[in-house]
Ligand binder design. Structure first.
Ligand SMILES: Cc1ncc(COP(=O)(O)O)c(C=O)c1O
Length: 380
């Protein structure tokens, strides 16, 4: 059921839904249980089946997933958490929500992911955790990161917001550190509109995270299924970070279709790569050995001297919607950071996200690439 805007023939993204989602939503509405309930539980189980994670807790979005992860790990004021700099600032914000300080580590120019060697240099006595970000769906080299984390006995929280279904050496993104966080926002490969999930292999941590997501009490559905009349107790300060059963119903259908969506998006990314290799001044994204990239977004890098923002503006009237890749966190005023991350800064200035979505065709890419080539001529 893809809706298209004739003025934007090549949108940046377009989520894909069909009758299956509508049918599942209809069933939830008919059931009368529309807030967090049995569908959320089913969605969590399906995510465990898919990723191999032992425990999954559905939440309102990935930002809340990161927040409950850090809280459950005991991150607090005075602690430092090393964060991959090139990311949507939800990652750094989650650290600040706990009263801790995000310390930003630079990324690699080829993968856009945290550089394990630079990360090592950021570790101090206060470092309690690291948050690697699987940028745009390309999983980080988790072997190198786990080695640093083990050596210094620090926790790893994977920001797999963009990487649901992505793999590093056969293991799913989100399941390799102690905790993994996913986003189901509209631009992601699997979307529930807004939504998120946190996974872990640690039962105690899972229980804590679930508590943090529901006011620090037992969930309504757990009470409904429990024995006898139960009055919940509020044992610690939790939040209302719940996902609804309506959203979960959409997620279950999206998950059933995910492998098909990823196959197509990967094929389209390869096609984009072929096109960009013939356009001077732009470098396509890489997929390093061992990684299975899900291309939440297709993000390329312009050569120095090309004016990225002007290019985005020139593409707009041509019907091609483009965007920046993501943000350099350390320069955002909210963090008052003194960290230096020159590569992330370059990517913040030079990376460009191009139209890329499941319902796109190779002929759409041919046309969008031709307009890109033309627009680039006037962007020097
Ligand atoms: C790397 C990264 N982390 C976290 C988030 C936050 O996700 P959400 O919008 O689900 O809170 C995003 C959102 O795009 C993201 O790209």
């Amino acid at each position: 059921m893809p809706q298209s805007d004739p003025n934007v023939p090549f949108p940046l993204t377009r989520p894909y839904f069909d009758q299956e989602e509508l049918d599942e939503i209809g069933k939830v509405l008919d059931s009368g249980w529309v807030s967090q309930g049995p569908k959320v539980r089913e969605f969590e189980e399906r995510v465990c089946d898919y990723t191999g994670a032992k425990h999954a807790i559905a939440v309102a979005n990935c930002t809340t997933a990161l927040h409950v992860s850090l809280l459950a790990l005991g991150i607090k004021a005075g602690d430092e958490v090393i964060v991959s700099d090139y990311t949507f600032p939800a990652t750094g914000h989650a650290v600040m929500y706990c009263g801790a300080r995000p310390v930003f580590a630079d990324v690699r120019m080829d993968t856009y992911n945290i550089d394990p060697e630079l990360l090592r240099k950021k570790i101090t006595k206060r470092t309690k955790a690291i948050i690697p970000v699987h940028a745009f769906g390309l999983p980080c080299d988790m072997d190198a990161l786990d080695e640093v984390a083990e050596e210094h006995r620090i926790k790893v929280v994977e920001d797999a917001a963009c990487a649901f279904g992505g793999k590093w050496k056969g293991k799913y993104a989100g399941t390799m550190g102690g905790v993994g966080c996913y986003s189901f926002h509209a631009r992601k490969g699997l979307t529930t509109g807004e939504g998120g999930m946190v996974v872990t292999g640690d039962a105690k941590l899972a229980e804590k995270m679930r508590g943090y997501s529901v006011f620090g009490m037992t969930t309504a559905w757990a009470r409904e299924k429990g024995r006898g009349f139960q009055i919940p107790r509020f044992t610690y300060l939790g939040f209302n970070y719940k996902l609804s059963d309506i959203a979960a119903a959409v997620g279950i259908v999206q998950l059933r279709r995910l492998d098909k969506v990823l196959r197509k998006k990967r094929a389209l990314a390869r096609y984009w790569n072929e096109k960009l290799e013939k356009i001077p001044g732009i470098t396509p994204p890489t997929e390093n050995r061992g990684a299975f990239h899900v291309y939440q977004s297709y993000v390329a890098v312009l050569d120095k001297g090309l004016k990225r923002d002007r290019l985005i503006e020139r593409l707009k009237p041509m019907g091609v919607q483009a965007q920046i890749g993501t943000y350099a966190s350390h320069i955002q005023p909210v963090y008052h950071s003194k960290d230096k991350c020159p590569i992330s800064l370059e990517l913040f200035k030079r990376a460009i996200a191009l139209p890329h979505y499941y319902a796109m065709s190779e002929s759409d890419i041919d046309k969008a690439a031709a307009r890109l080539r033309e627009a680039m001529r006037g962007s020097r």
